[in-house]
Design a protein around this ligand. Structure first.
Ligand code: DQA
Length: 147
């Protein structure tokens, strides 16, 4: 089974950006953790981060041709704005889990709406970096059960 882990804009600044909200784990640390969690769940994984909406759309489309089984995604700020990313997820129909490090439901009003949630099988918010682990484990179990 093959997963694609997508991180959106400014996630490459983890550990630097607003540590009170996003913690001190760096993006490099996160990549190591993601690889370990995927290995533990018995899934192959590819990591992708971009600050560009179109590049994320392109990567989701590529995942269709690469026969990716699942996507775990923190769309970051594009969560709240991107119909294009929502449409790409719907177009490819790849089972997706949405992850947010912070609890977006308790933050500014503009963070309370997610386009990506309309295509995601599950949304995990406010569990910090561990939310990615939960997302990987949940999606692997879900897809294994579905056969
Ligand atoms: C975020 C929440 C978003 O609102 C924000 O724009 C981010 C990160 C999170 O992981 O908590 O960049 O997706």
């Amino acid at each position: 089974m093959k997963f694609l882990i997508i991180n959106g804009p400014n996630i490459n600044f983890l550990g630097i950006r607003e540590p009170g909200i996003y913690g001190r784990t760096t993006y490099a640390d996160l990549c190591g953790l993601l690889q370990g969690w995927c290995a533990d769940a018995g899934v192959e994984c590819e990591l992708f981060q971009s600050n560009h909406e179109g590049a994320i759309v392109d990567r989701i489309q590529q995942a269709y041709f690469d026969k990716v089984d699942g996507i775990v995604m923190n769309p970051a700020a594009y969560t709240h704005t991107s119909v294009a990313i929502l449409d790409a997820l719907k177009a490819t129909a790849i089972p997706t889990v949405e992850v947010h490090i912070s609890d977006v439901s308790k933050r500014e009003a503009f963070r309370q709406h997610s386009y990506v949630s309309l295509a995601a099988r599950r949304t995990i918010v406010g569990h910090g970096i561990d939310g990615y682990r939960e997302g990987i484990e949940w999606l692997a179990a879900e897809l294994k059960q579905a056969g």
